[in-house]
Design a binder for this molecule. Structure first.
Ligand code: ADP
Ligand code: MG
Length: 446
């Protein structure tokens, strides 16, 4: 049991419990302090790729069930490991999108329920914002803390579900410079790994195979794979966009009706990795040159998302940053793939931009009974498609989350009042006077 003195000291600062269930990882984290000096008190990531591997890819229903089974024990473990109870938590955050609908519902419903039970704000968080700020979180939670990337920085966000070039101007302010028109880079690597019949359909497996292969030999013996978007015109309006479905289709066509030797499959992996990395480097270079031409040269280059774990890509991005005289940042591995720590940090950043005046106005003070209120009152919906630039109005969302708690209290109060009214208004005796003829006529006219 925590001592009362602990409770008091702990209650002085923000301590966020975050839940991430947007795709195939169940993750929970507790982050305290401020965005300038955050402390990652506990962090768990449970990947379900082994469960989905027999199906050849992610099955939304299967991962949603995994989240359902593992989330609650993981929350308990996170609290226990950080020596906290729910009473120490000041905010609850969860990924509301983008992601798989069923998976998002499990995470957000759990988070909203905990927020209601504890009477603390629920912070709906954008998964992409988590990735966008992960290089900062990674630097600040190193021991000793490192210098975080300066603003604005150009972020290459590459994961299994997303491919973006983003200008991170400051927390909560982003500009999309380019985005994938079809497949995400991680998705492309996973599909190519499956086409090449590698032991698991994953980017990590493809990287391991690529180390033993030769892209030139694949070009000579089978076909040269195209570099996506190589010929995108500079004057085109979306010239920093990415595209990867063509690369996957080129590989599928090249190896259809052929039996590849083991070495040829390894060469294929090396050829895919080379084409994808070359494209990402060329696109990032174009973005940096375009921003410089507009007098908006960023102060740093960063990468985030699961594909950032690729060592070849990492080394090439480092060279690109040096070429543009920029520092380069990459989060440590646990913060590259989907994780709740980055969700907690994004939620912390959002809670800090809300003026204290607003917080006091909406701050919940009395406790409410969970059994008597409807969960739909915490009305921020899950958003399987949630575009960072278009809809992320953080201040509004945060204030709305505080309002939600207030509305729930109102609903509960109204419900109790209306129950009382109902009982007092129900007539105990039937009316003694029969309606008169004139009375009936007026009723028909109405
Ligand atoms: P999502 O948000 O879509 O779940 P994650 O951030 O969890 O994506 O990253 C998973 C993706 O990262 C997968 O597509 C996986 O293939 C890719 N990935 C993981 N490790 C590597 C690696 N070493 N090289 C390239 N891709 C990788
Ligand atoms: Mg994932």
């Amino acid at each position: 049991m925590p001592r009362m003195s602990d409770l008091r000291t702990k209650s002085k600062m923000s301590r966020i419990l975050a839940i991430e269930t947007s795709c195939d990882e169940t993750s929970t984290a507790i982050l305290s302090g401020s965005t300038q000096a955050p402390t990652l008190e506990a962090h768990f990531i449970l990947s379900h790729t082994k469960k989905t591997h027999p199906f050849g890819g992610i099955v939304p229903e299967v991962v949603a069930r995994e989240h359902l089974q593992h989330l609650e024990p993981l929350v308990a473990q996170t609290l226990a490991q950080s020596h906290n109870t729910l009473a120490h938590i000041t905010h609850i955050a969860a990924t509301c999108g983008p992601g798989l609908l069923g998976s998002l519902v499990v995470g957000t419903t759990t988070a909203k329920t905990l927020a209601l039970a504890q009477n603390i704000p629920f912070i709906p968080t954008n998964h992409l914002e988590g990735h966008a700020l992960s290089p900062i979180l990674s630097a600040l939670t190193e021991s000793p803390p490192q210098e975080p990337p300066p603003f604005p920085y150009l972020l290459l966000l590459v994961s299994g579900g997303h491919g973006l070039l983003l200008l991170v101007q400051q927390p909560t302010s982003y500009r999309v410079i380019g985005q994938t028109r079809d497949d995400a880079p991680g998705e492309c690597l996973d599909k190519c790994a499956r086409l090449l019949q590698l032991p698991t359909a994953s980017g990590a497996e493809l990287e391991a195979a690529a180390k033993k292969g030769n892209p030139t030999r694949f070009a000579d013996q089978i076909i040269p794979l195209p570099q996506p978007m190589k010929h995108a015109k500079l004057h085109h309006a979306q010239h920093c966009d990415l595209s990867f479905s063509g690369l996957k289709s080129a590989l599928a066509r090249a190896i259809a009706n052929r039996t590849l030797s083991k070495q040829q499959r390894l060469d294929g992996a090396a050829a895919v990795q080379k084409a994808l990395c070359d494209s990402l480097i060329e696109r990032s270079d174009t973005a940096l040159r375009t921003l410089a031409a507009q007098n908006r040269k960023p102060a740093a280059l960063a990468v985030a998302g699961g594909v950032a774990a690729n060592q070849t890509l990492h080394a090439q991005l480092q060279c690109l940053a040096t070429k543009h005289a920029l520092p380069f940042f990459c989060p440590r591995l646990e913060l590259c793939t989907d994780n709740a720590a980055m969700i907690a940090y994004a939620a912390l950043a959002r809670s800090e931009v809300v003026p204290q005046k607003e917080k006091n106005k909406y701050s919940p003070s009395s406790s409410i009974s969970l059994s008597s209120v409807s969960l739909s009152s915490l009305s921020f919906p899950v958003r399987p498609r949630w575009f960072l630039q278009a809809e992320c109005d953080y201040k509004k969302a945060y204030v709305r989350s505080l309002l939600d708690v207030r509305n729930v209290r109102k609903t509960y109060a109204n419900k109790t009042r209306s129950k009382k009214t109902m009982f007092t208004k129900v007539p105990t005796k039937a009316p003694t006077k029969a309606p008169t003829k004139a009375h009936l006529q007026t009723q028909t006219k109405e």
